[in-house]
Each structure stands twice: as structure tokens, then as C-alpha cells.
Design a protein around this ligand. Structure first.
Ligand code: FES
Length: 153
């Protein structure tokens, strides 16, 4: 069966919305007691539910959760570091495109194309009882990607 461009885009959007809805139903925001006080953390679900080398959008949490080839997790902000527009995923590159002024980011959130000058912010991830807890109140600015930003189950 041959898909035209409109049908393909429609199906792609439905797929992304379905994945988001699935993880939305699984995920929730929990108040967690930490050593530094009570924090509101977004519960993305069991680490084992995420496949390597895949990207999972959590638009209500305002982050994309990427699990890399080696199993490391990175929760990247959906906000462009230029002027804060919401970036789109780029299925061809595995990265992100900003619809506002055409900045492009790679799969690590690093800038590929200006006007953005720094990578997408990322959020701290902790793992408790096998569940990924993302602290969406603490975006971390960075000048480049390095492996210390990844969290492993
Ligand atoms: S807000 Fe993204 S490129 Fe300007």
C-alpha cells in the first residue's frame, strides 16, 4: 500500500500521540522526600519499559527522554535554547528542529544549526525501585554533551 505524504504525517502524529498517551497514563508527578527536602518529580515509569536507542516524548513533563545505545538515559527539555519555542523531533536525524527560527539539534541535544548557541537543557534523573524520576523543576544548562549527563539503571 502506498502512503501519500499527508497520510504518512497523520499516522506519524497519531503514533507520537499514542506513545505520549501511554506514558502519560503510566507516568505521574510524585512528591518525593529527598535528603535536601521534598521535590516534585515526574515519574516516567520503569526503566525496563524503555528500549535502547529510542526517544520518548513526555510533553506534559516538558521533556524528551532518550535512551541511548548503551542504555544511558537523558531527559532533555523540549524548549529551544534560542527563545524558548517547543522543538519538534526529527525522525531522519534522531535530533530536534525548532519551528521558530530553524535551529537544529542532534540526538544529544547539541546545536547543529544556529541561531541557538547552546544545547538543549537537561533534567536530573534519579532511579528509585526501578522507576525513573525526573526533576523537571531543575533544568541544567550545558555547553556540550558528555557522558556524565547520562543516568544508568
Ligand atoms: S526559538 Fe528556536 S530557533 Fe529561535
Amino acid at each position: 500500500m502506498k502512503l501519500n505524504r499527508r497520510k504518512f504525517i497523520k499516522r506519524a502524529l497519531i503514533t507520537v500521540a499514542s506513545v505520549e498517551a501511554f506514558f502519560l497514563l503510566k507516568g505521574s508527578v510524585n512528591k518525593i522526600n529527598t535528603s535536601s527536602g521534598t521535590a516534585e518529580l515526574f515519574n516516567a515509569g520503569k526503566a525496563t519499559a524503555f528500549e535502547n536507542n529510542k526517544l520518548y516524548p513526555f510533553l506534559t513533563g516538558q521533556f524528551f527522554l532518550k535512551r541511548f545505545e548503551d542504555g544511558g538515559f537523558l531527559a532533555m527539555s523540549i524548549k529551544c535554547t534560542h527563545l524558548g519555542c517547543i522543538v519538534n523531533t526529527n525522525s531522519k536525524t534522531g535530533g530536534f528542529n525548532c519551528p521558530c527560527h530553524a535551529s537544529q539539534f542532534d540526538k544529544y541535544g547539541e546545536v547543529v544549526s544556529a541561531p541557538a548557541t547552546r544545547p538543549l537543557d537537561y533534567f536530573p534523573i534519579t532511579i528509585e525501585k526501578g522507576e525513573l524520576l525526573i526533576d523537571t523543576k531543575k533544568p541544567i544548562k550545558r555547553s556540550s554533551f558528555d557522558k556524565s549527563q547520562l543516568t544508568y539503571a
